[in-house]
Design a protein around this ligand. Sequence first.
Ligand code: FAD
Length: 278
Amino acid sequence: MIPPVASRFVAGETPAEALDHARELNDRNVRAILNLLGEHYDDRGPADEDAEAYLRLVDDIGDTAVDACISVKPSQIGLDAGTEVFRENVERIADYAADAGVFVWIDMEDHTTTDATLDAYEELARRHEGGVGVCVQSNLRRTDDDLERLAEVPGKVRLVKGAYDPPAEIAYEEKSVVDDAYRRHLEYMFEHFDGGIAVGSHDPEMIDRAKALHEEYGTDFEIQMLMGVREDAQYDLAEEYEVWQYVPYGDKWLSYFYRRVMERKENLTFALRAVLGR
Ligand code: FAD
């Protein structure tokens, strides 16, 4: 069982708990992006198992009629075991989800995976005429070029600042420079994309900028934030905008919780306060 201190960020260990959380979000006009926790499997066995779990989750979403989609990590469904394993599994999931009308996001992991992830995304987004989305990271210097390529693809793109630490030759390191890149990428997307923009950030400045760009260009967008982070803002924004919450679940919650705490120490204080009721 997940201790109360971590349950602020993780919906539970089972799909049923994740779906219950999604239903509560839906009641507040927020939609759910369900992510089964797991990554970096060297062997095909666990990668195939998680791919199967996503197929069952797609069925559960259909059966329970919650407003939810799924988000998968390439290394969770086989990228570390070989590009062909990842391709087989991501295609299986995307084809199955397309038949069920469930949207599939592909998370972006460290810089060594960017090409394999974008190639798989492009093929699947074209095959399903949308129905698939991919994440890109503003801290990578290549992202200006990647966005030009993605503007022509009929899927969705989630723009994030980047959660990994790539080497300096290929990435911006200073936070202010990453923020500048994020502003530039947002502007490019609103100007050149035909909708399908997901603003994956908790940063109030970037959200305000996206709202202003939407006014200027009229391009559709959605806002995505993580479970347990600025949830009141998520509910407020959902009164006017399309808001999705990224909802992790599963028994591998400890390392995810640890990451949330390391990236922002206040997260532990918030979580402890919630547990202590203060
Ligand atoms: P930051 O730049 O960290 O902070 C800017 C401001 O936002 C802060 O000053 C504060 O005002 C506010 N803020 C930020 N965090 C908090 C908090 N905990 N509590 C209160 N206010 C806060 N990264 C990847 O590399 N690959 C992915 O696939 C990926 N998927 C993501 C999906 C979603 C839905 C989201 C929201 C993020 C994802 N990320 C992913 C993580 C992302 O790259 C960033 O590491 C993370 O979102 C932190 O950047 P930020 O823009 O939210 O805000």
